[in-house]
Ligand binder design. Structure first.
Ligand code: ADP
Ligand code: MG
Ligand code: MG
Length: 213
Protein backbone atom coordinates (compact mmCIF):
# COMPACT_ATOMS: atom_id res chain seq x y z
CA UNK A 1 0.00 0.00 0.00
CA UNK A 2 2.82 2.44 0.86
CA UNK A 3 4.61 1.41 -2.34
CA UNK A 4 1.45 2.02 -4.36
CA UNK A 5 1.15 5.48 -2.85
CA UNK A 6 4.76 6.32 -3.78
CA UNK A 7 4.00 5.18 -7.34
CA UNK A 8 0.93 7.40 -7.36
CA UNK A 9 3.09 10.39 -6.37
CA UNK A 10 5.49 9.52 -9.17
CA UNK A 11 2.54 9.70 -11.60
CA UNK A 12 1.78 13.18 -10.27
CA UNK A 13 5.38 14.24 -10.97
CA UNK A 14 5.03 12.82 -14.49
CA UNK A 15 1.81 14.76 -14.95
CA UNK A 16 3.61 17.94 -13.82
CA UNK A 17 6.40 17.30 -16.32
CA UNK A 18 3.98 16.72 -19.20
CA UNK A 19 2.04 19.86 -18.26
CA UNK A 20 5.19 21.98 -18.02
CA UNK A 21 6.18 20.81 -21.50
CA UNK A 22 2.76 21.74 -22.90
CA UNK A 23 2.92 25.16 -21.20
CA UNK A 24 6.62 25.85 -21.79
CA UNK A 25 6.24 28.40 -24.60
CA UNK A 26 3.37 30.29 -22.96
CA UNK A 27 5.17 30.50 -19.58
CA UNK A 28 8.27 31.73 -21.38
CA UNK A 29 6.23 34.36 -23.16
CA UNK A 30 4.74 35.62 -19.86
CA UNK A 31 8.21 35.74 -18.26
CA UNK A 32 9.66 37.64 -21.22
CA UNK A 33 7.31 40.58 -20.66
CA UNK A 34 9.16 41.83 -17.57
CA UNK A 35 11.55 38.97 -16.68
CA UNK A 36 14.19 36.95 -18.54
CA UNK A 37 11.84 34.64 -20.44
CA UNK A 38 13.09 31.37 -18.97
CA UNK A 39 10.21 30.36 -16.71
CA UNK A 40 8.86 27.70 -19.09
CA UNK A 41 12.31 26.26 -19.57
CA UNK A 42 13.00 26.28 -15.83
CA UNK A 43 9.73 24.46 -15.08
CA UNK A 44 10.48 21.82 -17.74
CA UNK A 45 14.03 21.25 -16.47
CA UNK A 46 12.89 21.12 -12.84
CA UNK A 47 9.99 18.74 -13.37
CA UNK A 48 12.10 16.50 -15.61
CA UNK A 49 14.80 16.32 -12.92
CA UNK A 50 12.13 15.51 -10.33
CA UNK A 51 10.70 12.67 -12.44
CA UNK A 52 14.15 11.19 -12.96
CA UNK A 53 14.94 11.38 -9.24
CA UNK A 54 11.56 9.84 -8.46
CA UNK A 55 12.26 6.95 -10.82
CA UNK A 56 15.58 6.27 -9.10
CA UNK A 57 13.97 6.47 -5.68
CA UNK A 58 11.27 3.97 -6.69
CA UNK A 59 13.94 1.62 -8.04
CA UNK A 60 15.47 1.70 -4.54
CA UNK A 61 12.02 0.94 -3.11
CA UNK A 62 11.71 4.38 -1.54
CA UNK A 63 8.51 5.42 0.19
CA UNK A 64 6.48 8.58 -0.38
CA UNK A 65 8.52 10.76 1.93
CA UNK A 66 11.92 9.86 0.44
CA UNK A 67 10.52 10.09 -3.07
CA UNK A 68 9.32 13.67 -2.65
CA UNK A 69 12.37 14.79 -0.67
CA UNK A 70 14.67 13.54 -3.45
CA UNK A 71 12.42 14.85 -6.20
CA UNK A 72 12.43 18.29 -4.58
CA UNK A 73 16.22 18.39 -4.34
CA UNK A 74 16.48 17.34 -7.98
CA UNK A 75 13.90 19.93 -9.11
CA UNK A 76 15.89 22.76 -7.50
CA UNK A 77 19.21 21.51 -8.90
CA UNK A 78 17.92 20.86 -12.42
CA UNK A 79 15.91 24.05 -12.86
CA UNK A 80 18.18 26.72 -11.49
CA UNK A 81 16.39 30.03 -11.13
CA UNK A 82 14.14 31.38 -8.42
CA UNK A 83 11.07 29.33 -9.15
CA UNK A 84 13.15 26.14 -9.31
CA UNK A 85 14.52 26.66 -5.81
CA UNK A 86 10.99 27.37 -4.57
CA UNK A 87 9.34 24.38 -6.26
CA UNK A 88 12.14 22.15 -5.00
CA UNK A 89 11.66 23.36 -1.44
CA UNK A 90 7.90 22.92 -1.74
CA UNK A 91 8.14 19.28 -2.87
CA UNK A 92 10.66 18.50 -0.16
CA UNK A 93 8.45 20.13 2.47
CA UNK A 94 5.44 18.15 1.23
CA UNK A 95 7.49 14.95 1.52
CA UNK A 96 8.45 15.75 5.10
CA UNK A 97 4.76 15.72 6.04
CA UNK A 98 4.42 12.17 4.71
CA UNK A 99 5.59 8.75 5.86
CA UNK A 100 7.67 6.18 3.99
CA UNK A 101 5.75 3.38 5.62
CA UNK A 102 2.11 4.01 4.83
CA UNK A 103 -0.08 5.76 2.30
CA UNK A 104 -1.24 9.25 3.26
CA UNK A 105 -4.84 9.64 4.34
CA UNK A 106 -6.59 12.80 3.19
CA UNK A 107 -5.55 14.68 6.36
CA UNK A 108 -1.86 14.08 5.72
CA UNK A 109 -2.30 14.91 2.05
CA UNK A 110 -3.75 18.30 3.02
CA UNK A 111 -1.01 18.80 5.61
CA UNK A 112 1.64 18.02 2.96
CA UNK A 113 0.23 20.66 0.60
CA UNK A 114 -0.03 23.27 3.37
CA UNK A 115 3.57 22.49 4.37
CA UNK A 116 4.64 23.04 0.78
CA UNK A 117 3.03 26.49 0.65
CA UNK A 118 4.60 27.39 4.02
CA UNK A 119 7.99 26.50 2.56
CA UNK A 120 7.35 28.72 -0.47
CA UNK A 121 6.56 31.63 1.81
CA UNK A 122 9.46 31.05 4.18
CA UNK A 123 12.10 30.61 1.48
CA UNK A 124 10.87 33.28 -0.92
CA UNK A 125 9.92 35.85 1.69
CA UNK A 126 7.27 37.28 -0.64
CA UNK A 127 4.04 38.80 0.62
CA UNK A 128 0.69 38.59 -1.14
CA UNK A 129 0.58 41.51 -3.59
CA UNK A 130 4.27 41.32 -4.54
CA UNK A 131 3.23 39.65 -7.81
CA UNK A 132 4.82 36.23 -7.32
CA UNK A 133 3.60 32.65 -7.14
CA UNK A 134 2.70 33.42 -3.52
CA UNK A 135 -0.30 35.33 -4.86
CA UNK A 136 -1.68 32.02 -6.15
CA UNK A 137 -0.25 29.72 -3.48
CA UNK A 138 -1.67 31.52 -0.43
CA UNK A 139 -5.32 31.57 -1.65
CA UNK A 140 -4.83 27.95 -2.71
CA UNK A 141 -3.73 26.97 0.81
CA UNK A 142 -6.45 29.03 2.51
CA UNK A 143 -9.21 27.52 0.40
CA UNK A 144 -7.80 24.01 0.74
CA UNK A 145 -7.66 24.23 4.52
CA UNK A 146 -11.07 25.84 4.86
CA UNK A 147 -12.93 23.57 2.41
CA UNK A 148 -11.31 20.44 3.81
CA UNK A 149 -12.22 21.53 7.31
CA UNK A 150 -15.83 22.09 6.20
CA UNK A 151 -16.37 19.00 4.05
CA UNK A 152 -13.63 16.49 4.89
CA UNK A 153 -13.61 15.80 1.14
CA UNK A 154 -10.09 16.02 -0.28
CA UNK A 155 -11.14 16.09 -3.91
CA UNK A 156 -13.78 18.80 -3.42
CA UNK A 157 -11.38 20.89 -1.33
CA UNK A 158 -8.58 20.54 -3.87
CA UNK A 159 -10.88 21.45 -6.72
CA UNK A 160 -12.02 24.60 -4.91
CA UNK A 161 -8.41 25.45 -3.97
CA UNK A 162 -7.24 25.06 -7.56
CA UNK A 163 -10.06 27.36 -8.65
CA UNK A 164 -8.96 29.97 -6.09
CA UNK A 165 -5.38 29.72 -7.36
CA UNK A 166 -6.56 30.19 -10.94
CA UNK A 167 -8.62 33.29 -10.11
CA UNK A 168 -5.79 34.73 -8.02
CA UNK A 169 -3.17 34.04 -10.69
CA UNK A 170 -5.28 35.88 -13.27
CA UNK A 171 -5.70 38.79 -10.85
CA UNK A 172 -1.89 39.23 -10.64
CA UNK A 173 -2.12 40.88 -14.06
CA UNK A 174 -3.23 44.07 -12.28
CA UNK A 175 -0.21 44.08 -9.94
CA UNK A 176 3.27 45.60 -10.30
CA UNK A 177 6.11 43.15 -9.67
CA UNK A 178 8.09 44.07 -6.53
CA UNK A 179 10.36 41.04 -6.13
CA UNK A 180 12.46 38.73 -8.26
CA UNK A 181 13.88 39.71 -11.61
CA UNK A 182 10.64 41.32 -12.73
CA UNK A 183 10.92 44.09 -10.13
CA UNK A 184 13.40 45.90 -12.39
CA UNK A 185 10.78 46.14 -15.11
CA UNK A 186 7.89 46.01 -12.64
CA UNK A 187 5.71 48.55 -14.42
CA UNK A 188 6.05 46.66 -17.68
CA UNK A 189 4.46 43.63 -16.05
CA UNK A 190 1.13 45.42 -15.48
CA UNK A 191 -1.46 43.77 -17.70
CA UNK A 192 0.36 40.41 -17.74
CA UNK A 193 -0.17 37.78 -15.05
CA UNK A 194 2.85 36.62 -13.05
CA UNK A 195 4.44 33.57 -14.71
CA UNK A 196 5.12 31.74 -11.43
CA UNK A 197 1.57 32.29 -10.17
CA UNK A 198 0.26 31.11 -13.53
CA UNK A 199 2.28 27.87 -13.56
CA UNK A 200 1.33 27.20 -9.94
CA UNK A 201 -2.37 27.51 -10.76
CA UNK A 202 -2.07 25.34 -13.87
CA UNK A 203 -0.28 22.55 -12.00
CA UNK A 204 -2.78 22.61 -9.12
CA UNK A 205 -5.64 22.42 -11.63
CA UNK A 206 -4.01 19.36 -13.22
CA UNK A 207 -3.49 17.83 -9.77
CA UNK A 208 -7.13 18.36 -8.84
CA UNK A 209 -8.35 16.73 -12.05
CA UNK A 210 -5.93 13.84 -11.59
CA UNK A 211 -7.10 13.18 -8.01
CA UNK A 212 -10.71 13.34 -9.18
CA UNK A 213 -10.26 10.57 -11.73
P1 ADP B 1 14.05 33.53 -12.54
O1 ADP B 1 13.30 34.74 -12.06
O2 ADP B 1 15.22 33.19 -11.68
O3 ADP B 1 14.37 33.60 -14.01
P2 ADP B 1 11.74 31.89 -13.13
O4 ADP B 1 11.60 32.70 -14.34
O5 ADP B 1 11.71 30.40 -13.31
O6 ADP B 1 13.06 32.27 -12.32
O7 ADP B 1 10.59 32.21 -12.10
C1 ADP B 1 10.04 33.49 -11.99
C2 ADP B 1 8.91 33.42 -10.98
O8 ADP B 1 9.43 33.17 -9.69
C3 ADP B 1 8.14 34.71 -10.85
O9 ADP B 1 7.13 34.80 -11.83
C4 ADP B 1 7.56 34.60 -9.45
O10 ADP B 1 6.31 33.93 -9.46
C5 ADP B 1 8.53 33.68 -8.74
N1 ADP B 1 9.29 34.41 -7.72
C6 ADP B 1 10.32 35.26 -7.88
N2 ADP B 1 10.77 35.71 -6.69
C7 ADP B 1 9.97 35.13 -5.74
C8 ADP B 1 9.91 35.17 -4.32
N3 ADP B 1 10.76 35.90 -3.58
N4 ADP B 1 8.95 34.43 -3.69
C9 ADP B 1 8.09 33.70 -4.41
N5 ADP B 1 8.12 33.61 -5.75
C10 ADP B 1 9.04 34.30 -6.41
MG1 MG C 1 12.79 33.91 -15.42
MG1 MG D 1 16.19 33.12 -14.99
Amino acid sequence: ESRQFAQELQRVLELFEATCRTQEAELGRLDAVAGDGDHGQGMVLGSTGAVQAGKKALARDAGARALLVHAGTAWAESAGGTSGALWGAALTAAGRALSDDHAADSHSAVRAMLNAVDALQRLGGAQPGDKTMIDAAVPFAQTLEQEFHNSGDLFAALKAAAQSAQTAAQATAELTAKLGRSRVLGEKSVGTPDPGATSFAILMDELAHHIGQ
